[in-house]
Write a protein that binds this ligand. Structure first.
Ligand code: SAM
Length: 397
């Protein structure tokens, strides 16, 4: 159930709705762990040997693995179970959110004006949501991030918060903030002298991974941008309820209205894989413009295809083929180092890290990982599985 939503914007499922949500988390667990392992066995014992007999070599990349596996019955069963589970996750939370719509909109207004924290919210009625967001229901989320059902509406923020609570099966932690918490703790220990005064989170959605930065650098001024008005309104109410000051803005990360050199740290998480290639290039250039000299750009993402073997590349790119994530594979085919360089960051200033989940391994493991970086991703990197690690890359200006 939506048990990882603890703040004052929490909605109350009926016992039947809660049971349905718990069932959906378990069903996803079954598909993503048990069935995924079964598919790997079928690949290793039947599909790959057949490919090798025919071609006298192993599949070269994820595209070839996908082509070889596509006709297999197990693959079709896995894919159809996973697509259905994805849709059912959102269906399991929609009745609760829809019933709570008016109450949530009112609560968001109260929290936004409250003195619990000094965060602010800025939306723009003339804002044009880019087609890459407005034209699809990304990862089968009904209404996507941007649908608004009335003035000052926050519904899609609640759909996302409650949806990922069921979807993430506990891997995102108690406040759904494991990515932000793990990475901010790592950076603080890796660079103890780095004390960012102004931080920007790009593509923040509801700010669940923004808040940990404000907590770990309490003297910093933290800003967060997203193109979705309902997401930033909800995110602001959520952060206020946590007593954490974050300044939310409805803005396009490709061209923000902040001044040149106005941030010390620019972060994003799970953002770039939902942006078309052209947009990604603009976002890197914008990050370069916005950073002060000596500032750090850092993106948490799925590891690029060049870091993974053929099967693991295929496994992550599955979403691009079947889960309404059209930009996922094109992003993962890019070389982050080259995109950073093309945006103006020096080659020798590129960084990348693989960081253990603080929720699964604890703070000590995250701190220890500062000295144990191998630069190698594996089947536990960026994937919901016991032993999850987060990949991130970026560059110093
Ligand atoms: C997968 S969500 C990111 C989730 C969040 N950062 C996290 O840590 O889980 C992608 C977000 O990017 C936003 N987005 C897409 N294109 C954008 C753009 N050009 N500028 C700002 N936000 C954008 C979407 O509205 C959506 O909220």
């Amino acid at each position: 159930m939506t048990k990882y939503v603890h703040h004052e914007m929490k909605v109350a499922p009926t016992p039947e709705e809660a049971a349905r949500q718990t069932f959906m988390s378990s069903m996803r667990m079954y598909v993503l762990l048990d069935m995924a392992n079964g598919m790997r066995t079928v690949y290793d014992t039947e599909v790959a040997p057949k490919f090798e007999r025919k071609n006298k070599r192993a599949p070269r990349d994820g595209t070839e693995v996908h082509r070889a596996l596509k006709k297999d019955t197990f693959f079709k069963f896995y894919s159809s179970m996973r697509c259905n589970a994805q849709e059912m996750v959102f269906r399991s939370i929609l009745p609760t959110v829809e019933r709570s719509q008016d109450a949530l909109n009112k609560k968001a207004k109260v929290l936004s004006r409250s003195k619990k924290a000094a965060g602010t919210i800025e939306t723009d009625p003339s804002f044009v949501v880019p087609r890459s967001v407005a034209a699809i229901d990304v990862h089968r989320m009904p209404g996507n991030y941007d649908t608004e059902y009335g003035p000052d509406d926050v519904t899609q923020g609640a759909v996302y918060d409650n949806g990922i609570s069921v979807f993430s099966m506990g891997f995102f932690g108690d406040n759904l903030d494991d990515i932000g918490s793990s990475i901010s703790l790592f950076i603080k220990n890796k660079y103890p002298k780095f004390a960012p005064k102004r931080i920007l989170d790009m593509g923040c959605t509801i700010g669940h991974n923004t808040v940990p930065w404000a907590k770990i650098y309490p003297k910093s001024e933290v800003h967060a941008v997203d193109v979705s008005a309902p997401a930033v309104r909800y995110g602001h109410a959520r952060a206020q309820s946590d007593g954490v000051a974050v300044h939310f803005h409805q803005q396009n990360a490709e061209h923000t209205n902040f001044e040149d050199g106005s941030f010390d740290l620019i972060f994003s998480s799970m953002f770039l894989h939902e942006v078309p290639k052209k947009g990604i290039k603009k976002i890197f250039k914008e990050a370069h413009r916005l950073l002060k000299p000596g500032g750090l750009m850092l993106h948490m993402e799925l590891p690029p295809n060049k870091m993974l073997g053929a099967y693991d590349s295929f496994y992550l790119d599955w979403d691009s083929y079947y889960n309404k994530e059209p930009f996922y594979k094109p992003f993962r085919d890019l070389d982050p180092e080259v995109v950073s360089e093309n945006a103006g960051f020096a080659k020798n200033k590129f960084v990348q890290f693989i960081i253990p989940s603080v929720g699964q391994y604890g703070e000590k493991a995250v701190k220890d990982s500062v000295k144990k970086q191998t630069g190698k991703a594996d089947d536990q990197t960026g994937r919901f599985a016991a032993g999850i690690h987060w990949y991130c890359f970026g560059a110093w200006k």
